[in-house]
Write a protein that binds this ligand. Structure first.
Ligand code: PLP
Length: 394
């Protein structure tokens, strides 16, 4: 019996070390990691530049709290702003906290601008924004809300990516619209870039804010630093996390100047958020991701992997129904239960992640090359062949 909360459906695997796109068990079994700890280890395991940044910071200073200036934090904030629409950043420790801060910033912006009644956000069915009380309310999924008392007020869910439905959900109390540019946990459901542009126009027309949850889509995952760049538009507020720390816990809420300004002294805070260790790693992640050609290569590898997945779907139409996603954030909508494909892949020593809508997610580290893609394609083929054999009539 474990002393842990039974909150997770864990596999029996335990890993002793990792290197690049591979994880190794204590007995030396090697697994191809196309899950990246749910889109976190964006630069693979034990990336030398990240290891150096963390260990050299660990020898100098771990934590001082936000009662003092943290130069590494100021530097990372400036670099994130220079690389995005944002002017201000708040650092947190996780994706949920980054979204929570985004929700608070949207409410606070209207409060400071004489419209305190504007506190509600329009959100979307199938979304996932984290596990705090506010973020489960934003996600609106019954299985996440059950047993946790009254749902936090202030979220109006729309069932379809339809601009008229969004407009109908906007009222006098609406502060903004919150959406993931690609619904990750919800099954790698792509939102059209056109829809994001329409949301921007609608938010402007109504004088409300556009909030993006780029916790999963951000930090290079789609082949741009942030997924919304593909749509050629920007939000007012954006939550990021996961890849930002490459495996070190960190989250951030990025905003425009007017929104960030509303978060005055004492209005929000975090003891650990933005501590020197997290900031050293975050800066090291940016060194790699912002280097010439890195993101273009992610996009190229994404296309290559997607082509291989499309061929696999043609080969196994009884197992794979659809290939979804962008860059190295790809999903296989399954015809068999997704857990079956995930297990068949695990038997081939390849790790993936389940998602809603019967999807298996492929979230490899962004440093993969052709060799890892070929290896993944071979393992996918073997897993599908094994499943086809099981389900074939005798
Ligand atoms: N938002 C999105 C889009 C996510 O995918 C996740 C986690 O999977 C979160 C928020 C929550 O992040 P965390 O688990 O770090 O709190």
């Amino acid at each position: 019996m474990s002393a842990l909360f039974p909150t997770y459906a864990r596999s029996d695997l335990a890993f002793a070390r990792g290197e690049g796109a591979f994880l190794y068990t204590a007995s030396g079994d090697r697994y191809l990691d196309f899950g990246s700890g749910v889109a976190v280890t964006a630069l693979g395991h034990a990336h030398p530049h990240l290891v150096d940044a963390l260990t050299s910071q660990a020898r100098k200073l771990w934590h001082v709290s936000n009662l003092h200036r943290i130069p590494e934090q100021e530097r990372l904030a400036e670099r994130l702003c220079a690389a995005s629409f944002a002017d201000r950043v708040f650092f947190a420790n996780s994706g949920a906290e980054a979204v929570e801060c985004s929700i608070k910033a949207a409410r606070r912006y209207h409060f400071k601008n004489g419209a305190p009644e504007r506190y509600r956000l329009v959100t979307f069915e199938g979304a996932f924004h984290g596990r705090t009380l506010a973020t489960i309310a934003a996600g609106g999924q019954a299985k996440h809300l059950e047993g946790f008392g009254p749902k936090v007020d202030g979220f109006d869910q729309v069932g379809v990516f339809d601009i008229e439905a969004v407009e109908a959900a906007i009222g006098e109390e609406t502060a903004g619209i919150l959406i993931e540019p690609i619904l990750g946990e919800g099954g790698m459901r792509e939102v059209s870039w056109r829809f994001l542009q329409d949301l921007r126009a609608l938010a402007d027309e109504k004088g409300i804010l556009l909030l993006f949850d780029e916790v999963q889509t951000g930090m290079g995952r789609t082949g741009r630093l942030f997924a919304h760049e593909w749509a050629g538009m920007t939000p007012d507020i954006m939550a990021v996390a996961k890849g930002l720390g490459g495996g070190f816990p960190v989250g951030a809420c990025l905003t425009t100047e007017v929104v960030g300004e509303a978060m005055t002294a004492g209005s929000h805070g975090s003891t650990f958020g933005g501590n020197p260790l997290a900031m050293a790693v975050g800066n090291a992640v940016l060194d790699v991701m912002l280097a010439d050609g890195f993101l273009d290569r992610v996009a190229q590898m994404g296309l290559r992997l997607k082509q291989r997945l499309a061929a696999l779907k043609d080969e196994h139409p009884d197992i794979i129904e659809e290939v979804r996603g962008q860059g190295l954030m790809l999903g296989l909508k399954c015809k068999v239960p997704n857990q079956k494909l995930l297990e068949a892949l695990r038997a081939e020593k390849m790790l993936t992640v389940q998602a809603g809508d019967n999807v298996v997610r492929l979230l490899p580290p962004l440093i993969i090359g052709e060799a890892e893609i070929e290896l993944a394609a071979a393992k996918l083929e073997a897993a599908c062949a094994a499943l086809a054999k099981v389900s074939a009539p005798a």
